[in-house]
Design a binder for this molecule. Sequence first.
Ligand code: BG6
Length: 500
Amino acid sequence: MMYKPQEHILVIFGGSGDLTRRKLIPALLALSGQDLLPDQFAVLGVGRTPYTDASYREMLAGHLQGGKDFLHSVFYLSMDPGKKEDYGILKTRLSEIAAARQTGINHIFYLATPPELYTSIPAFLADAGLTSREDGSWRRFILEKPFGTDYRSARDLNETLLRCLNEDQIYRIDHYLGKETVQNLLVTRFSNGIFEPLWNRNYVHHVQITSSERIGIETRGGYYDQAGALRDMLQNHLLQILGLIAMEPPTVISSDAIRNEILKVFQSFRPITGKAIKRQVIRGQYVGSRVQGETFKGYREEQDVPGDSRTETFVAMKMYIDNWRWGGIPFYIRTGKRLPTRVTEVVVHFKPTPHTLFCKWDQGVDNGNQLVIRIQPDEGILIQFGVKVQGAGFKVQDVKMDFHYKDLIDNKLPEAYQRLLLDCMQGDSTLFSRKDTVEAAWKFVDPILSAWDNDPSIPLHEYPVGTWGPDAAEQMIEGDVFTWRYPCRNRSDEGEYCAL
Ligand code: BG6
């Protein structure tokens, strides 16, 4: 909702880091440009780098276009967030800023730090008396991913946090939920009479979710090699998208009503265990190749990656949701680095007509009716259906009816972090992951992670940079007589950008 949040100070731990510079400060500047920040508001960046307020503002200004006025409300405190003794200085600094800027005692603490600090920062803040709420004021915590590395660590982290905080103070970020087009999944489904009647096992044949990236792991080898594609993208972003696709209609649009429905979907995932892992989950790792005249390194040659790493940079999975709506319908999900293009989309394939009256023009695979929801880039929705080919006979050709977001608005779609920061400021946790959902997602992927760690007979397939992943991922879906939808014109197309 478009109203200004209450006055507060936003404290960013990791204030000198990449995320703050690239995403958080630009998002705050955009909110300020739309007059959506409170009149009494300040940002306090916290980190070990020894900036002053002035040099911090100068560093941030170098990454922004404009924003001089906004930067007057940005401050910096150099402290070690891992040292309990430093929290006294933080408390004093917050009181000084609050007095100077009339920001009151509401605070958001944004933890853009390595996850090792997720338990100590809240505990040290609690000891310093900065987490308890008085007189209707609020203290909220935003935690970046990764939230745990498996079920047990996520559950332990939740337990530790809940010793000093309440669940309604915790905002676990999944930045995919902040994307306009991810939220549009809810609106498309539940504000249109035409889709909902078809949205079930009677009419849907299967669903595909693809999130491909052209980039590799850039300078994040240290983190990525411990994570891999399953933890980095599938356990969180892609399962959240699946939750929105598969959930039942909530009774109202409220944080708990929506998240309750997503949780039920997660609890209905059919576990993938034992022999099914080899059949239903394909992992891959990119190897060096030349694409369009350019040479790309393989994953094992990347910075901070061991030469014998077995971390997956691609994963494709076939899964089922065992409930009344989706019983028996396969969901195919894939994500990977160094694929031909950057695209995230959901494709709902509808069942064919019960009896074939007409023949296809091109005699190719009949992919039936498809609804493609493009999450990024070229955000929009496309419906594919058959029409008669002009002239004699009754031959059918597939055509596409498409809507592009860019035709609707002049500006670029807002960045996910704008929406998420504003929601947290307004106390709306709908687009953040709840404790039980995070744990349910880990519970689902845990058996796969441990089989990969412990069973050397499960292959790690290689795929050359610039391809759509290992052939085994094609075979998994083709065995069921479909193909993945290739967002580019055809499977071998290479290109930065593929239009819807
Ligand atoms: C992050 C992952 O959560 O999402 C990255 O850690 C990935 O590896 C990124 O590149 C993708 O986000 P987006 O918004 O660019 O699709």
